[in-house]
Design a binder for this molecule. Structure first.
Ligand code: SF4
Length: 221
């Protein structure tokens, strides 16, 4: 993995950490909204929610979101897709956070063991391992390697995990392989590689900085 990381950093550079330390509440809800849709749609849905339920001090009034009529919230976030399902899940999760932590805040995540946080949060519908791993990595400073659809595809093609490995299994299989401190940079470079070169259809292996290290260069998809 060190060689893979080094080649990607030579090719793309070390990714900036602009998104790191974002508010974990915002990060969690935004990641739920991003499920099964594009970044543009989920950002729009989030912005619409922020406009509809503003907090006096800025940001979102999470209490109003949690207690809004479900069909109203679904209308507000409709550009994010699966609006009825997502509104119900977001409200259930917000109410649980309020009960669990006494406020609509997730600062406690930064002090939690990542595995304990994953076990606790994935009990809730709408929070899979990818979702909580993204929050832990980008908002709570955990050195963790979230596995989204692009990362999953690249890991399989490189032969780092079995071709049939699920995203969840891939997440656990990759954890001991990630060089220390490289969870987020490697995640971001894998996403960029997956979007630009190791595309779902027609990977451009001839342009790939990892072609010499890849089991499937130019071969199976
Ligand atoms: S060599 Fe091809 S299959 Fe392998 S990681 Fe690069 S683009 Fe993907």
């Amino acid at each position: 993995m060190q060689r893979i990381n080094d080649r990607l950093e030579q090719f793309y550079g070390v990714p900036g950490m602009k998104a790191a330390h974002a508010d974990p509440m915002r990060s969690l809800v935004l990641t739920i909204l991003s499920q099964n849709t594009s970044d543009a749609n989920s950002f729009k849905a989030f912005a619409d929610m922020e406009r509809e339920y503003p907090a006096p001090e800025g940001g979102i009034d999470w209490d109003r979101v949690a207690n809004a009529p479900a069909d109203q919230l679904a209308r507000v976030i409709r550009t994010g897709g699966l609006a009825n399902q997502k509104s119900e899940r977001i409200q259930n999760i917000l109410r649980w956070i309020q009960r669990e932590y006494g406020a609509y805040r997730l600062d406690a995540l930064a002090d939690m063991d990542p595995d304990a946080a994953i076990a606790l949060f994935t009990r809730h519908k709408g929070i899979g391992i990818k979702t909580i791993a993204v929050v832990l990595a980008f908002s709570s400073g955990a050195d963790i390697f979230p596995v989204d659809t692009h990362v999953h595809r690249v890991c399989r093609r490189l032969g780092l995990v079995d071709e049939k490995s699920s995203a969840e299994k891939t997440f656990y299989a990759m954890r001991p392989l990630i060089p220390e401190g490289k969870g987020i940079p490697l995640h971001m470079n894998f996403i960029r590689l997956g979007r630009e070169i190791c595309r779902a259809r027609g990977p451009a292996c001839a342009e790939c900085p990892l072609s010499g290290l890849c089991d499937f260069a130019g071969g199976r998809q």
